[in-house]
Design a protein around this ligand. Structure first.
Ligand code: CS2
Ligand code: MG
Length: 402
């Protein structure tokens, strides 16, 4: 079998998605997600202008050699744009392989290690009372695990909470919006939030919280320690992870489990975090981490150190990535949990798929390949619109992490 063509489709059903379609001389095709929120065109060009010319004519079954070719052959290795492009190609090749062998991708990764994949939803609110209402709503939907974020006194808005009615979507069209941040009121607020959640919903519900890279290691250590009575499933992105050693400080002070990695694009970004057991969950996504081939290596390395997966699964990764993640989650031994921000109906219509949600778990479907498609005619109705993630500034104007 040979690859005959590969096309990049950019569509924007409510938000931008980059999809690679790889066609073969056997009439089979595969899909990969190359979406990088706020930098979509960079990945599209990296694919169209640099990688696709080198892909034509290759055997789609040679996923390992093709991955190594694009990773080592670039000379300039790693980075979010490069690895999202390589990830899109890699996932498309696994999709083709599953279709050619008439088997779901999870069977190519060791088969089912579990029937369903536990997922967590996002609950949020402008204050604690509204956040509690949203927790109740998602518990009613059947989620066993819920991430809780809320606004707090002193800030007009904060990460993870919609500014108005409607769903939370971080990227905004136009130039990057600028928001305020204040750490001290946040650190006072979060323990109060989780005290109220536990008081109202009890101990059984798995609770998660995302600090979104905003604390220093010692601030994160303080928060982790003060959250210990509420037994969180994890505290996410407590501090920027360029300094992996910063997580040693957090670990020395608290038993609250730590999750990190959604912005990682190489296992080397997590090398010290994993081998020193400074984290409990690795959140690298299949798209941004370089595809199934790369993430399998990272997950196996993490598993040696009791670190489990907890893939990033926001609306800014397409249903193609979600499908790949669910097949992967179904097969690997050290699965932890899967993030599930449900896509909009218009997005689901552009990407018809087999996966489904039921009673707190998701199931990848048992059709060949990934079980997801791209409705190209429908995709064309939603042209790309430049959008950016926000920028954060401290109250004194200092630029900080969003
Ligand atoms: C967040 C993401 O879901 C999460 O854990 O950190 O929604 C993140 O803000 C977006 O993916 C950024 O594009
Ligand atoms: Mg996050």
């Amino acid at each position: 079998m040979k690859i005959t063509n590969a096309y990049v489709h950019i569509t924007s059903p409510g938000r931008n998605f980059v999809t690679l379609k790889v066609e073969t001389d056997a009439g089979l095709y595969g899909l990969g997600d190359g979406t990088l929120n706020g930098r979509e065109l960079a990945v599209a060009s990296y694919l169209t202008d640099h990688l696709v010319p080198c892909l034509i004519g290759r055997d789609p079954f040679q996923s390992e050699d093709i991955w190594q070719y694009f990773y080592r052959g670039a000379y300039w290795r790693r980075g979010p744009v490069t690895m999202a492009a390589i990830g899109a190609i890699d996932v498309a090749l696994w999709d083709i392989k599953g279709k050619a062998l008439n088997t779901p991708v999870y069977n190519l990764l060791g088969g089912k290690s579990r029937e369903g994949v536990m997922v967590y939803a996002h609950a949020n609110g402008k204050d604690i009372d509204h956040a509690l209402e949203d927790v109740a709503h998602h518990k009613e939907l059947g989620y066993k695990a819920i991430r809780v974020q809320s606004g707090f006194p002193g800030l007009a808005s904060t990460y993870g909470v919609p500014k108005g009615p409607g769903r939370y979507e971080p990227a905004e069209r136009g130039l990057p919006p600028e928001y305020d941040w204040a750490t001290e009121p946040y650190l006072r607020h979060v323990p109060r939030l989780f005290a109220r959640v536990r008081e109202q919903f009890g101990e059984e519900l798995h609770l998660l919280h995302d600090c979104h890279h905003r604390l220093t290691p010692i601030e994160a250590a303080r928060l982790g320690k003060e959250l210990e009575p509420f037994h969180l499933f994890w505290l996410e992105d407590p501090t920027p992870a360029e300094l992996q050693d910063g997580f040693r400080i957090i670990r020395e002070h608290t038993t609250t489990p730590i999750a990190v990695g959604e912005v990682f694009n190489s296992v080397w970004d997590a090398h010290d975090l994993v081998r020193n057991q400074w984290i409990d969950y690795l959140r690298m996504t299949i798209t941004h981490g370089g595809g199934i081939t790369a993430i399998k290596k990272a997950a196996d390395f993490a598993g040696m150190y009791h670190v489990r997966t907890g893939f990033h699964g926001p609306t800014d990764l397409s249903p193609v990535c979600m499908a790949a993640a669910l097949h992967f989650d179904t097969a690997i031994h050290n699965f932890g949990i899967q993030e599930h921000m449900a896509h909009t109906d218009e997005t689901d219509a552009v990407f018809p798929h087999q996966y489904f949600f039921k009673d707190g778990y998701m199931f990848p479907g048992d059709g060949p390949g990934l079980g997801v498609d791209l409705d190209e005619a429908r995709a064309k109705k939603y042209p790309y619109q430049r959008a950016y993630l926000p920028v954060n500034r401290k109250l004194d104007g200092t630029l900080t992490d969003w």
